[in-house]
Design a protein around this ligand. Structure first.
Ligand code: PGA
Length: 363
């Protein structure tokens, strides 16, 4: 027997009742109707040629789909080639798609040019046709310490020799915080080597686990994108530790308030939010439960209402990310607060991502 799949609204308005945001069916093409947004984050996968081949296979299975926005986020090296391939005229004649395919970058740097070896500015991305940039992905917010070994260099600074030297320099300066001097005097005193060594190891671990992009850096990136006419997919999400300590909401509140501080009511329409609980992202993890997703999405939408009012809160798109697959996309899109998905692993398989884009089509 075929199991009944709940009907998902592919276009809808939002209505607020109590603290809940409901989806109300709209006709496809109604002005102001919310369009779902399904974005594939390829992370560090695909060379330019294989990226185009993947996109072609996805479009082939998604022919004539116009009422869903599709996002593709190749690595930097794949952007130009994909930008050339997804020209609207070509997509219309070849696949019957509308202007609903968007090119996403996975990150940007906030300065516009200069001596920042290896970085890419929002201005540069705009120049090659990037529509939106993913900012604050958890891979960058929390995992960079692991990759770049921030820990050891910080920990080395906690040696007695280094701190004694620093203390000498600071004492010779004017206006140094007396608390810093007192702490350094204390730490460099005879007999405190064990404490220093322990602190060094502790910090090394902490940095390896946690070091990454700060909320402040993320805010600057949001600003840089908006200044150059590039839209933003702003990611937020708690790790397992924060969820277990019941700090999910306070953490999301902080991430979003800081990230959005530079977004005015006029530019809020350029921002999509992606809620990605870190513990639900990646191979081997399970997606968050519908009730967890629903309560966070409502929380985020109420925060947006606080910041920008009801009109923007009812139209801003909030995506869910974390193990979205063909077999759970209908359930996820059926959650009242969810307007789309940011998809990692499954976006690398044409069939899977195409099914995710086509969610609910045959129900
Ligand atoms: P996942 O990744 O779908 O592989 O869990 C989601 C993401 O990191 O955006």
């Amino acid at each position: 027997m075929k199991t009944a799949v709940p009907k998902v609204y592919r276009n809808y308005y939002r209505q607020r009742t109590a603290n809940q945001w409901l989806k109300v069916k709209a006709e496809v093409g109604d002005p102001g109707a919310i369009r779902p947004f399904l974005a594939g984050n390829w992370k560090m996968n695909m060379i330019p040629r294989s990226g185009v081949a993947l996109a072609a296979r996805i479009f082939d299975i998604c022919k004539d789909i116009k009422d869903v926005d599709i996002g593709l986020a190749p690595p930097f090296t794949g952007l130009s080639t994909l930008a050339d391939y997804i020209k609207p005229d070509f997509l219309r004649s070849e696949y019957g798609l509308g202007r609903n395919v968007f090119l996403l970058a996975q990150d940007t740097f906030f300065e516009s040019k200069g001596a920042f070896t290896g970085e890419i500015s929002a201005e540069m991305l705009a120049a090659i046709g990037v529509d939106r940039v993913i900012i604050g992905h958890s891979d960058r917010r929390t995992n960079l310490g692991k990759y770049f070994g921030f820990g050891p260099s910080i920990a080395k600074r906690l040696s007695r020799a280094f701190l004694t030297q620093e203390l000498g320099h600071l004492k010779a300066k004017e206006g140094v915080d007396p608390q810093i001097l007192a702490a350094l005097e204390h730490l460099t005193a005879e007999g405190n080597q064990d404490i220093l060594a322990g602190m060094a190891r502790f910090l090394e671990e902490e940095m390896r686990e946690r070091a990454g992009e700060s909320d402040e850096a993320i805010q600057k990136k949001v600003q840089a994108c908006l200044t150059h006419g590039v839209q933003v997919v702003l990611c937020c999400g708690e790790n397992r530790e924060a969820r277990e300590a019941q700090e999910t909401f306070s953490l999301l509140d902080r991430q979003l308030r800081i990230g959005l501080e530079v977004v005015s009511p006029r530019t809020a329409g350029e921002v999509v939010i992606a809620y990605e609980p870190v513990w639900a992202v990646g191979e081997g993890a399970s997606p968050a439960k519908p009730e967890q997703i629903s309560e966070v999405h409502d929380f985020i939408r109420n925060l947006i209402m606080d910041l920008y009012g009801e009109q923007i809160a009812s139209t801003i798109r909030i995506l869910y990310g974390g193990n979205v697959k063909p077999d759970n996309i209908v359930e996820i899109m059926n959650i009242p607060g969810v307007d789309g998905a940011l998809v990692g692993g499954a976006s690398l398989k044409a069939n899977d991502f195409a099914q995710i884009i086509r969610f609910g089509l045959n129900t």
